[in-house]
Design a protein around this ligand. Structure first.
Ligand code: KIV
Length: 277
């Protein structure tokens, strides 16, 4: 029987030098497949916005959308640890609102933890959500909700000053009690150094192999996205081509009258047929 992944299992994996596996998912069938494949964690990311809902970036994603998709994912999981993203402006306005929104992802969505972006400026909110018994995952480096502050999707921490700030933020988040930390688009040597210096697991995306675990977006991993492919993405399948190929074949067979064939159709008693006319 597969073991139920918990915060302490993840901590233990880091202690033993075992890699942690995570992928995003946004619906029930995907969650079932992740569960069957035995990955440790699912992130119901606010990448929902661009990956699934067709928004330009993650900023328009709402709490209702996150709850809706988190609920679908959680219906498909038993052992996988589910983390749900707090979307833009759901934790920036007040601590009370942040706790209530984090609580919705757990109470209504069924997630086991929430993730939010940012370092020092988020410490109070993080501590208060944790005090409400909700595990929090941190997210540093390229934080997509800050895209307008960054002026685009750029690798973070490339010079000494930026790197020191990232390490300082990582240490502060660890002290505040986050159970794990996503490092996104950070130079591999810096991510490896942060991973050594903190006791909680680091989960990298575009942060090299020195992290304790890795996360990829579902559509990138499976080759569904046709957009510009960032350097850190590896396509483990080419589902865009498989799916459009299947759709074209279906269209052609319907148009030629080849589908449905007899084996896809239901019959009735011969004597009933003349009675139809
Ligand atoms: O929303 C998301 O998918 C994420 C990952 C890129 C870490 O935050």
């Amino acid at each position: 029987m597969a073991e139920k992944i918990t915060v302490s299992v993840l901590r233990e994996k880091k202690a033993q030098g075992l890699k942690i596996t995570m992928v995003t998912a946004y619906d029930y069938p995907s969650a079932r497949m992740v569960e069957e494949a035995g990955l440790d964690m699912i992130l119901v990311g606010d990448s929902l916005g661009n990956a699934v809902l067709g928004y330009e970036n993650t900023l328009p994603v709402t709490m209702d959308e996150m709850v809706h998709h988190t609920r679908a994912v959680c219906r498909g999981t038993r052992h996988t640890f589910v983390v749900a993203d707090l979307p833009f402006l759901s934790y920036h306005v007040s601590v009370e609102q942040a706790i209530l929104n984090a609580g919705r992802l757990v109470k209504e969505g069924g997630a086991q933890a929430v993730k939010l972006e940012g370092g020092k400026e988020r410490l109070e909110v993080i501590k208060r959500i944790i005090a409400a018994e909700i595990p929090v995952m941190g997210h540093l480096g390229l934080t997509p909700q800050s895209i307008h502050q960054f002026g685009g999707f750029k690798v973070q921490g490339k010079n000494k000053e930026q790197a020191e700030k990232l390490l300082a933020d990582a240490l502060l988040l660890e002290e505040a009690g986050v159970f794990a930390l996503v490092l996104e688009c950070v130079p591999a040597p810096l991510a490896a150094m942060i991973t050594e210096k903190i006791s909680i697991p680091t989960i990298g995306i575009g942060a090299g192999s020195g992290c304790d675990g890795q996360v990829l977006v579902w559509h990138d991993l499976l080759g569904i996205t046709q957009d510009l492919k960032p350097r850190f993405v590896k396509n483990y399948a080419h589902l865009h081509d498989d799916i459009t190929g299947a759709l074209k074949q279906y269209k052609a067979e319907v148009e030629k009258g080849q589908f449905p064939a007899a084996e896809h159709s239901y019959t009735m008693k011969e004597e009933e047929i003349p009675r139809l006319y």
